[in-house]
Design a protein around this ligand. Sequence first.
Ligand SMILES: [Zn+2]
Length: 90
Amino acid sequence: MHRENERKTMQTSMVCHAINRSMGATGMSDYIELINPQTRICKLLKGGVVIAEYKMEQCDKCSTLSKLDEFGYQRGQRGEKLLWFCGGCR
Ligand SMILES: [Zn+2]
């Protein structure tokens, strides 16, 4: 039982190491961004630990996914949310 746990921990650290190596040249090697396409929830991992979680939204102009913020909403006359634009398209 104890041995099994030990082996799992080793495997996990090996996976993290491999990811870090593949992103090594970016200078952000500790950070991994995971986006769930269904929920559009983005998780920011540092060293394999979730340090931030935020909602992503697709820009209605250029179709790129960006971190959602309330200022991006293009509102109608009664304040209803019509579209959402990323920072570059506002
Ligand atoms: Zn855009």
